[in-house]
Write a protein that binds this ligand. Structure first.
Ligand code: HEC
Length: 313
């Protein structure tokens, strides 16, 4: 019985050792790889010893029970211990798992039929087999209930649809991230003129709601308010980059505010691209040109503050 105490104490100690905690923090370096493997081997050794201890503990308990049984049958303690020791634990386990009638007693279960010398034994079914049979009986209604009549278990098609849905969410998130990244990198330096009709239309719509009050519905400009945006003359430069910068940063000290506070970089790109398409439209009541001539392709130099572009009038 002392042995049993020692074994069970050791078993508990080993099982509660937080050895698996060492697995965390693996990041693929050689050292971590080695540690991981050592931990794996040590872990396996712990599991193997635990199983071995469990096996021996069961054996000891079983021996003790056997001994007790022999003692109640009238054997002396020593004789009972000796007899119990001679029994094979493996044999006992096998017998428990098999459950069949032993060879000597087979005649008891021999059925009365005799077909040309072929006889039939009405032997017990092995307990593990019977157990599995009952397990299937329990399993079947549980399975049907869980998978066909409840929301707990998902059938293949539902699983597939769920995965597709998750993938769609992941794709949307990816696209949003891409778009955000693109928007973040959109600046006066990197901006390009859009040609996409939908986005130019969006630019036009925003122009009418935000800008037309000062620059006119057609960009023709309004006296004392905003410049003509349809001619070749610009105060702050006429390239897509210049226009983007003017809209984004505004003109300090003038009614033209920094629109980046109110609208996104993409909307500013749409607006700037739309304004580029107004060039030369020559709307009625246009405000006279102001600033310097800007010719597409002639020079891409941006006139900065205090600096003027050389006109080619
Ligand atoms: C409150 C009136 C007002 C509103 C609204 C306004 N602007 Fe302006 N904008 C001006 C004025 C005034 C100037 C000229 C600034 C200067 O004299 O340097 C100007 C200049 C500009 C220029 C530069 C013109 C040049 O010759 O270089 C662009 C481009 C422009 N605005 C685009 C826009 C857009 C796009 C919007 C709408 C998002 C807008 N503006 C809204 C008043 C306005």
């Amino acid at each position: 019985m002392n042995k049993l105490k020692i074994y069970s104490t050791l078993l508990t100690l080993l099982l509660t050792t937080p050895i698996w905690a060492a697995e965390e923090g693996a990041d693929g370096t050689m050292l971590n790889w080695a540690i991981e493997n050592i931990v794996m081997i040590m872990g396996s050794a712990v599991v193997a010893s635990a199983l071995y201890l469990l096996w021996n503990a069961t054996k000891i308990i079983w021996r003790a029970q056997s001994t007790q049984q022999y003692e109640t049958q009238g054997l002396s303690h020593e004789a009972a211990v000796a007899k119990a020791k001679r029994e094979s634990f493996l044999g006992y386990i096998y017998q428990q798992l098999d459950g069949g009638v032993s060879l000597e007693k087979e005649s008891d279960v021999l059925l009365n039929h005799n077909y040309d010398g072929i006889q039939e034994l009405d032997n017990n079914l092995p307990p593990w087999w019977v157990g599995m049979f009952y397990a299937t009986i329990v399993f079947a209604p549980l399975y049907i209930g869980i998978y066909h009549f409840s929301d707990i278990g998902k059938l293949q098609i539902e699983e597939y649809e769920q995965e597709v849905k998750e993938a769609e969410i992941a794709i949307a998130a990816y696209n949003a991230a891409q778009k955000a990244e693109k928007a973040a990198s959109l600046s006066a330096e990197t901006v390009t003129a859009l040609t996409d009709a939908d986005r130019l239309a969006a630019g036009q719509a925003n122009f009418k709601s935000y800008c037309a009050a000062c620059h006119g519905m057609l960009g023709e400009g309004i006296e004392n308010l905003g410049q003509n945006l349809t001619d070749k003359y610009w105060i702050h430069g006429g390239s897509i980059n210049d226009i983007f910068r003017t809209i984004s940063e505004g003109v300090p000290g003038k009614p033209m505010v920094a629109w980046k506070e109110a609208i996104s970089a993409e909307e500013i790109q749409e607006l700037a691209s739309y304004i580029m398409t107004l060039k030369g439209t020559d709307p009625p009541n246009a405000r006279p040109p102001e600033g310097d001539l800007y010719e597409e392709g002639a020079t891409n130099e941006t006139p900065q503050e205090g600096e003027t572009e050389v006109g080619t009038e």
